[in-house]
Design a binder for this molecule. Structure first.
Ligand code: FAD
Ligand code: NAI
Length: 471
């Protein structure tokens, strides 16, 4: 397809939402063009989000473990040194491999890829300022907006991505800072605090609420995570407000105030990470040219089938409603293409897992205790600690637990909350159980291999309606 030919589908944004939709559309035989301004496909997730952060989390964990956790395992190591440049290179290799992979999949599925910035000039037409210079116009029978999100700025703190950073700067620091203050104890804050604390920085996390972990995390699990991360050396100031900052000196000064009592103090650090959430990104799209609006949080307004009030224009991913997660964006991408080609699609927003890739990992799906209490749902709780799980014991990695919440009357599983080794993998089993409407007894009567961490999941299910065997 050439750019001047009318397309069946024009996609703005080549992040997870956009690129998955493009591949799917190509597979369905649609004439599809995907426009991306970054110069690379994969969006936030592949370039500056999920993938590089997990590369650093994995390698910093390995480094930290070699430093502190080998002796009891019968491994004596000599001189251990951090080579941060190489660690960053290893991260870049992972990113490059995956983004090139997406480009390959575009070719394989006949997706027309245009590098440039798109904006609406008509209801069916976008203008693209091409990255290599010049511009072009593309028309589409359908248009899909997948422009993603950006870090929410902190008023008064100017981001330079060197000393005052968002996650983008935090995954690319050139040296380990002596001290780091993280504003916001959500997922980004805790993952990045883990990375830099393991590599040697003294990290303080300042969280506005009384609980860390961001929205959705079960309060009991969040408390446990805070305790474990504190033991690893991360300092927490919860119920604490950042009032302002001053970056003019050698150290950055942050004025903070306790929410209760109003006690004030000044925190000094070399690097400040702003991680107070992300907001939809639709700047420069020219939505005003076609009369499309965003809500008070900047999210594009859509119906159940992802349609704006102009029904041939759909929106998916971080720039609209729902959790800002890559797998959520991917599900919506597939569903949006199915709505276009078949008239029906499916995403179960009640069964989208969340994972925090700290060590131990925290993972959950469905409702937490706070939510069940708020809706006055009667529920049973089954828990099982990893300290009683044989595999966790053999691995000398026993912190955490599995917690299952099931309807008191029907035993149907309502929520699964795990803190522990490999929680992010184990939650797939929980998500499947939730999606299939399993009862906790269904899970408990399913044979699980021994010795595996997943047995903790089975035993927590057992404890929901009966008693665990090994605890
Ligand atoms: P994006 O990935 O933001 O992609 C949008 C793309 O659109 C961008 O590449 C942008 O350049 C392009 N674009 C915007 N405007 C235009 C325009 N006018 N013209 C052309 N192109 C345009 N999620 C997880 O599920 N797991 C994780 O482990 C995880 N880790 C994360 C770690 C970090 C540090 C961050 C910041 C995020 C993380 N996320 C994670 C969230 C995840 O990255 C997002 O949910 C996901 O990227 C959303 O995909 P998207 O396609 O909607 O948006
Ligand atoms: P978040 O919403 O997870 O957490 C932000 C935290 O900052 C909250 O705990 C909030 O109470 C706190 N906060 C807000 N304003 C504050 C203030 N003024 N002072 C102190 N604390 C304040 O947002 P975060 O961590 O920035 O991540 C953004 C999004 O990126 C997440 O919602 C998530 O969807 C996605 N993400 C997902 C990851 C994963 O799946 N592993 C990893 C990283 C990001």
């Amino acid at each position: 397809a050439t750019e001047t030919e009318q397309q069946d589908l024009v996609i703005i944004g080549g992040g997870v939402a956009g690129y998955v939709a493009a591949i799917k559309a190509g597979q369905e035989g649609l004439k599809v063009t995907c426009i991306e301004k970054r110069g690379v496909l994969g969006g936030t997730c592949l370039n500056v989000g999920c993938i590089p952060s997990k590369a650093l989390l994995n390698n910093s964990h390995l480094y930290h473990q070699i430093l502190h956790d080998t002796k009891a395992r019968g491994i004596d190591v000599g001189d251990v040194k951090l080579n941060l440049t190489q660690m960053m290179k290893s991260k870049d290799t992972a990113v490059a491999g995956l983004t090139k992979g997406v480009e390959f999949l575009f070719k394989k599925n006949n997706v027309n890829y245009v590098k440039g910035t798109a904006s609406f000039t008509g209801e069916h037409e976008v203008k693209v300022n091409l990255s290599e210079g010049g511009e072009t116009s593309i028309t589409g029978k359908n248009i899909l907006i997948a422009t993603g999100s950006e870090a929410t700025p902190f008023p008064g703190l100017e981001i330079d991505e060197k000393r005052i950073v968002t996650s983008t700067g935090a995954i690319a620091l050139e040296k380990v800072p002596e001290t780091m203050t993280v504003i916001g104890g959500g997922i980004i804050g805790l993952e990045m605090a883990s990375v830099w604390s393991r590599l040697g920085a003294k990290v303080t996390v300042v969280e506005f609420l009384g609980q860390i972990g961001g929205p959705g995390m079960d309060a009991e699990i969040a408390k446990s995570a805070q305790k474990i991360l504190k033991k690893q050396g991360i300092e927490f100031k919860v119920n604490t407000k950042v009032m302002g900052g001053d970056a003019s000196g050698e150290k950055i000064k942050l004025e903070v105030e306790a929410a209760k009592g109003g006690k004030q103090e000044t925190l000094e650090s070399d690097v400040v990470l702003v991680a107070i959430g992300r907001r939809p990104y639709t700047a420069g799209l020219g939505l005003e040219n076609i009369g499309l609006e965003t809500d008070d949080k900047g999210r594009m307004v859509i119906d159940q089938e992802y349609r704006t009030k102009l029904p041939h224009i759909r929106v998916i991913g971080d720039c609209t409603f729902g959790p800002m997660l890559a797998h959520k964006a991917e599900e919506e991408a597939v569903a949006a293409i199915e709505y276009i080609t078949k008239g029906h699609g499916h995403v179960n927003y009640g069964a989208i897992p969340s994972v925090m890739y700290t060590h131990p990992e925290v993972a959950w799906v469905g409702q937490n205790e706070q939510e069940l209490k708020a809706s006055e749902t009667k529920y049973n709780i089954g828990t099982f600690p990893f300290s009683a799980n044989s595999r966790a014991k053999t691995n000398l990695d026993t912190e955490g637990m599995v917690k299952i919440l099931a309807d008191a009357e029907t035993d149907r599983i309502l929520g699964i909350h795990i803190i522990g080794p490999n929680a992010g993998e184990m939650i797939a089993e929980g998500t499947l159980a939730l999606e299939y409407g399993a009862s906790s007894e269904d899970v408990a009567r399913t044979c699980h291999a021994h010795p595996t961490l997943a047995e903790a999941f089975k035993e927590a299910a057992m404890a929901t309606y009966s008693k665990a065997v090994h605890f």
